[in-house]
Design a protein around this ligand. Structure first.
Ligand code: PLP
Ligand code: COI
Length: 362
């Protein structure tokens, strides 16, 4: 598919875009265009196009509204100092979309079509890619069952779309250390479930725990495993890492219940540059809490496309009816800062990208 432009769009005046880009927030403003394609059992993928950003028409019997057959991705476009615009590891998003599609019995979208949709959209809306530090264009590709039928089965018609939104930091406090609520009762995912897929239902399932986190004065929730509530998993929308005093970087294995983050993979690749030995292995809650107490665990951070690398200052949880805080010895420690700087320097093209992670689109 080539996603041709359907020319029907009055674009936003440059002064209005400039005003929005001074303080875009996260996920609030949307660019002038969107990519679309339809899949049917009979025709496969077809009707690919880029149109003006507009509401979708979906009948009330639309499959996704009833049974939630939906998946999505998140990636960013970054403007470099010379004005060019680049994506970070979009092939990984294309591959993960297809893993999610397999789990949710949605059709695979060939990687070339994913890249054509995203590249075409960003090139067209490049005026919306901010120049300022820590700001970028967040791209949200998604796919859902759009046929009109109330029987429970895999959708026979599916819509793929991609929209884009200029953004600054995900958390209201920018990149200062966040407080994280550890949920030991609600679960996000279980063995055999959809935890490793990027499907909307996982996020719906996380909202009550996120509300509890907010009621506890925390910005996000860290889930523990559904069976024992003893093993760390991930946050509602980010992966988690710990740094130990003896130079290890710990993160739980994805093992079916955790999203295989692209930032997570990038961090693990970069870690040895900073003298860190990566250990991808189960981490128990008691190892975390006693590790903070004994200053064996010195730094912690959350990471994801939206969150980049956000330092964790404090973990809060309820134990035996009491709310307890465990504050990291180094709330925005040197290893977190080194990894973050290296990652964003690659994303913004300020350092050599020996991995070939970045791709120019405009
Ligand atoms: N875990 C969850 C549940 C997420 O929603 C995200 C964000 O996409 C991540 C982890 C991090 O993934 P990535 O680094 O690919 O954005
Ligand atoms: C992303 O980082 O792309 C996500 O999907 C996470 C969400 C919290 C915005």
């Amino acid at each position: 598919m080539s996603f041709p432009l359907v020319p029907d769009v009055a674009t936003t005046p440059a002064e209005e875009i400039a005003r929005i880009l001074t303080d875009p927030g996260f996920g609030i403003h949307f660019t002038d265009h969107m990519a679309l394609a339809i899949w049917t059992e009979a025709e496969g993928w077809h009707d690919d196009r880029i149109e003006g950003y507009h509401p979708l028409a979906l009948g009330p019997a639309g499959a996704v509204l009833h049974y939630g057959q939906e998946i999505f991705e998140g990636l960013k476009a970054y403007r470099r100092q010379d004005g060019s615009v680049w994506l970070f590891r979009p092939d990984m998003n294309a591959a993960r979309l297809n893993r999610s599609a397999d789990r949710m019995t949605l059709p695979r979208l060939p990687e070339a079509d994913f890249l054509a949709a995203i590249g075409g959209l960003v090139a067209l809306d490049q005026a919306w890619v901010p120049e300022a530090d820590e700001m970028s264009l967040y791209i949200r590709p998604f796919m859902f069952g759009s046929d009109q039928f109330l029987g429970v089965r895999s959708a026979a018609e599916v819509t793929f779309a991609a929209i884009a939104s200029p953004c600054g930091p995900y958390f209201a406090d920018g990149i200062s250390p966040v407080k994280i609520w550890i949920s030991t009762d609600l679960s996000r995912a279980g063995q055999g479930g959809t935890g490793a897929a990027k499907c909307g239902g996982n996020y719906a399932a996380s909202l009550l725990a996120t509300r509890q986190a907010q009621q506890q004065g925390c910005s996000q929730v860290l889930f523990t495993d559904a069976a024992d509530h003893e093993w760390l998993e991930e946050l509602g929308g980010m992966n988690v890492f710990l740094v130990t005093s003896d130079g290890r970087l710990l993160t739980p294995p994805t093992s079916g219940t955790i999203l295989d983050g692209i930032t997570r993979d990038s961090v693990m690749t970069l870690a040895p540059e900073f003298g860190l030995t990566v250990q991808e292995r189960p981490i128990s809650l008691s190892e975390l809490l006693s590790g903070i107490g004994s200053r064996n665990v010195v730094e912690a951070f959350a990471c994801g496309t939206a969150a980049v690398i956000t330092p964790i200052g404090t973990f809060r949880l309820e134990r035996e009816g009491k709310i307890e805080d465990f504050s990291l010895p180094e709330p925005f420690g040197p290893k977190t800062a080194d990894l973050r700087r290296r990652l964003v320097d690659i994303q913004w093209g300020r350092t050599t990208d020996q991995f070939g992670w970045t791709t120019r689109v405009a």
